[in-house]
Design a protein around this ligand. Sequence first.
Ligand code: FA5
Length: 343
Amino acid sequence: MKEQLSSLKKEFEAQLKHVSSLLQLEALEQTIFGRKAGAFTTLAKQMKDVATEQKKAIGEMMNTVRLKIVKELEEKREALQREEMKKIAETESIDVTEPHLPKEAHGHMHPMSQVEIELSELFRSMGFMVLDGPELESDYFNFEALNIPPSHPARDSHDTFFIKDHPEWVMRTHTSPVQVRAMRQYGAPLRAVVPGRVFRNESTDASHEHTFTQLEGLVVDTDISIADIIGVMKGLLTGILKREVEVRLRPGYFPFVEPGFELDMKCLVCDGKGCNVCKHTGWVEMMPCGLVHPEVLKAGGLDPDVYSGFAFGLGSMRLVMQKYGIEDIRHFQSGDLRFLKQF
Ligand code: FA5
């Protein structure tokens, strides 16, 4: 045990030297302290098998190693944050001759950004990584790796923005491509959310935009079930909306989940009576979700006989509409200050 602890520390310190971004640091931290398969967590679980007379000494050593690793992680995090700030300061210049703006002319964060930060914090507190992915995505990650066959209507040029002369690239139509990217990069077990912009070539109305935001969620572990999905989703909605919400699950089809569901929420804009936002049904389609399809796990390099997972794709603009009672999605990107000043 002692040798394992000291080689874990050595290995950690060797890897720490190669870390050059906060994202990499977060990933390294997971490999050490990850709840299911973190190297330190695994050793800690073995404490119960240590002989009683050695327990005290080994326990103390474990504590010392843990504190040292936590300290080194913290120091590295601060150093990386300082570097990031320095880079920002170097690229920004201050024009001292610029006239001072009156106080009321100062901007503030867009309501979408405010809720995205809130969502990220909520998921971080539950042990999720917050990941990013490219908006210009390959056809492979956007469709093929997600088990979406060439004949699927989502691939229709009426729905997708393709890049002229480069049919292999698309503006991503959803945040789901990051599922496979994340599995390949971090393996399993995995808990991640991906907030981001997505693009669809569609006509706009009160609840549809061509450029909108989603928040993808992905959990992969050894024994994931539908009960896990429902628990996380209700927690997410009540955590953000700060009130009890009524939800319903209906079967839904997405080639990358099996089984798949649509989670609807009773419309908070009209309290279920029917309005433009809920297309007069009283319910708003909020979050498709389901258990990750074995083909997707395989594309992510994971064995579907060992791992299972769930995924969801929250329409985060629609969530913000519900939170603040916004009746038309087009307000968000209208640049109308009368709208923005209300938040
Ligand atoms: C998807 O995009 C799937 N990738 C979601 C998913 C993830 C399913 C993981 C299963 C597992 P869908 O096309 O239904 O699914 O979009 C997801 C959500 O985005 C919708 O429920 C809705 O809230 C929102 N949404 C869809 N289209 C628009 C639009 N044009 N404008 C605004 N929000 C939209």
